[in-house]
Design a protein around this ligand. Structure first.
Ligand SMILES: NC(=O)c1ccc[n+]([C@@H]2O[C@H](COP(=O)([O-])OP(=O)(O)OC[C@H]3O[C@@H](n4cnc5c(N)ncnc54)[C@H](O)[C@@H]3O)[C@@H](O)[C@H]2O)c1
Length: 251
């Protein structure tokens, strides 16, 4: 029996990097997974990988910032799986490290929409189903930029700080109705999102998460995510836990 046997999970940003690693891991632990992503083809490829590994997964192509598309996906996911026990809000995008004057209002809107408002839109669609079923877990992916300036640009840092507040407030509002809200703040993780950094030896060395002294893997984050969405962490509510090789501890 896997640690998530019988559970149904929706993972946004599930087609790549940290989301993909969670999808693979959760499915390997017995969950049925909906791999949700802007890139529907890549989401389908992940669902097929899971199927080939003996797991059960569906794919859904949608933009987390598009309310109609999110609502339709969640309705379909509930129809296919009978409910959603676990929501992992992982979809995100960088902001080109832009400062205030280099950030257009349109770029600000989009980065906030994807990294923060999208989390609200998907959670708002899933929550009634979780509450009706007696509870569930909402995992929100933040960043080192959730706690510090200077790790992203103005829009990304503002959005990721918002993720910490969103996670706390969700617990305050719905904890008593069985909703457990938790977060992860990854450090530098080797995914396509940061491939530009990783390609530059100087930047990669600077970005290596110390004290661990290495860049993280998507699996490092998926391991923590598995614990946080499983019943083993039933008494952990409202916190965003760094998975960063110790970087924030010494920054
Ligand atoms: N990689 C890192 O070093 C790092 C560090 C801190 C935080 N994070 C966070 O981890 C999360 C996952 O990032 P990753 O590194 O795996 O990146 P990634 O680029 O590999 O994956 C992100 C996925 O999100 C999807 N996505 C983007 N916008 C979307 C939208 N509007 N709707 C639906 N899906 C969308 C992309 O298509 C992609 O598949 C993000 O929230 C990111 O901010 C990453």
């Amino acid at each position: 029996m896997g640690r998530l046997a019988g559970k149904a999970a929706l993972i946004t940003g599930g087609a790549s990097g940290i989301g993909r690693a969670q999808a693979m891991r959760f499915a390997a632990e017995g969950a049925t997974v909906v791999v949700g992503d802007l890139d529907g083809d890549a989401a389908r490829a992940v669902a097929e990988d899971i199927g080939r590994s003996g797991g059960r997964a569906f794919a859904a192509g949608f933009d987390v910032a598009n309310r109609e598309a999110v609502d339709a996906c969640v309705e379909e996911a509930v129809r296919q799986m009978g409910g959603i026990d676990i929501l992992s809000n992982t979809a995100g995008m960088m902001d080109g490290q832009s400062n205030v004057l280099d950030t257009s209002p349109e770029s600000w809107e989009r980065v906030l929409s994807v990294n923060l408002s999208g989390m609200f839109i998907v959670t708002r669609a899933v929550l009634p189903h979780m509450i009706a079923a007696g509870g569930g877990v909402v995992l929100n992916i933040g960043s080192g930029a959730s706690f510090r300036g200077g790790m992203g640009g103005i829009a990304y840092t503002s959005a990721k700080h918002g993720v910490v507040g969103f996670t706390r407030q969700l617990t305050a509002e719905y904890g008593r109705q069985g909703i457990r809200s938790v977060g992860i703040a990854p450090g530098m993780i080797d995914t396509p999102m940061v491939s530009d950094f990783m390609a530059d030896p100087m930047l990669a060395d600077k970005a290596a998460n110390r004290p661990a002294g290495r860049v993280g893997t998507p699996e490092d984050v998926a391991n923590a995510a598995l614990f946080l969405v499983s019943d083993e962490s039933d008494f952990i509510h409202g916190v965003t836990i760094p998975v960063d090789g110790g970087r924030l501890a010494v920054a």
